[in-house]
Design a protein. Structure first.
Length: 282
């Protein structure tokens, strides 16, 4: 006897095989009322006894099974462990939770053009900076942002629904700073100045209820967010990052600053942002 369980993007399937022949099969799609309900595969053995195999998920990636003959338990894959999702994961099968997830996916689908434009402008800045210099990259990305604003007037697709407007302004400020300051310390201080300015803008937006930057960022989130808390949290994270970077500049110099910005700053910022997002959830 063999039990085969296959997980697919659209659901999961179980098959019971005896002597290589499939005698029972069950399929449950993710759109079912309970997509994680256990399967019960039944078959009649050659001696007339009734075989029932119960199988299902017992963790996010793991499955379990138990075999009964004429109602008696003869075998189980995880003795003493129920064939059921942990309590925290059972909420995923809740109809309200599933409807909320579907609404969030639809929300992201509507906003993907604006997200793509924001990411594209950022990649453009990075690419030009690698091929030429920072002033050219800043000016190029600012011009690209202005071009997007012009195109938006002629198309119905929302290209500026996220933070593209904010990116245009910050691109112009970045271009001015990059052109004005060219030595190493000034270039290092430029990122601190930009980080502090950005943080202050987020804090100002939080004081106004998160109606601009907080609202724009909330469009990117797959869950409902409190716009004011989102803006406030990002402002505080920005100030902390700027303060840490300034300390590295003053006490460590250029090499320490390069190591910080290349290898350390991003993972530290991601941890702080994840904690902030948990706090900012509506």
């Amino acid at each position: 006897m063999r039990l085969q369980i296959d997980a697919h993007f659209t659901g999961w399937e179980s098959r019971l095989l005896i002597d290589g022949v499939a005698v029972a099969r069950q399929w449950t799609g993710l759109d079912a009322a309970d997509p994680f309900a256990n399967h019960g595969l039944a078959a009649t053995l050659s001696d007339g006894r009734e075989l029932v195999v119960e199988c299902g998920f017992n963790s996010m990636l793991g499955t379990g099974a138990a075999a009964y003959v004429d109602g008696r338990l003869l075998w189980e894959s995880h003795p003493g462990r129920p064939i059921a999702l942990p309590a925290r994961m059972q909420a995923l099968a809740n109809p309200e939770r599933r409807a909320q997830s579907q609404a969030q996916m639809a929300h992201l689908k509507r906003n993907w053009p604006a997200m793509a434009c924001d990411i594209g402008v950022g990649l453009l800045f990075y690419g030009v900076a690698r091929l030429s210099d920072l002033p050219t990259a800043a000016i190029t990305s600012a011009v690209a942002g202005i071009a997007l604003a012009v195109v938006q007037r002629f198309v119905k697709v929302d290209l500026l629904g996220g933070l593209a407007r904010f990116g245009i302004i910050m691109g112009l400020v970045s271009a001015g700073l990059a052109i004005a300051f060219q030595d190493d310390r000034a270039v290092m201080l430029r990122s601190t100045i930009m980080g502090t300015l950005t943080a202050l803008l987020f804090l100002g937006d939080a004081a106004l209820g998160g109606r601009w930057l907080g609202k724009g960022l909330a469009n990117y989130m797959p869950m409902a967010m409190n716009r004011r808390r989102l803006a406030l949290g990002l402002g505080l994270v920005g100030l902390a990052s700027a303060a840490a970077e300034q300390g590295v500049i003053w006490w460590g110099g250029k090499d320490a600053w390069l190591n910080w910005t290349t290898f350390i700053e991003m993972p530290v910022s991601l941890v702080l942002i994840m904690l902030m997002m948990r706090w900012a959830r509506a």
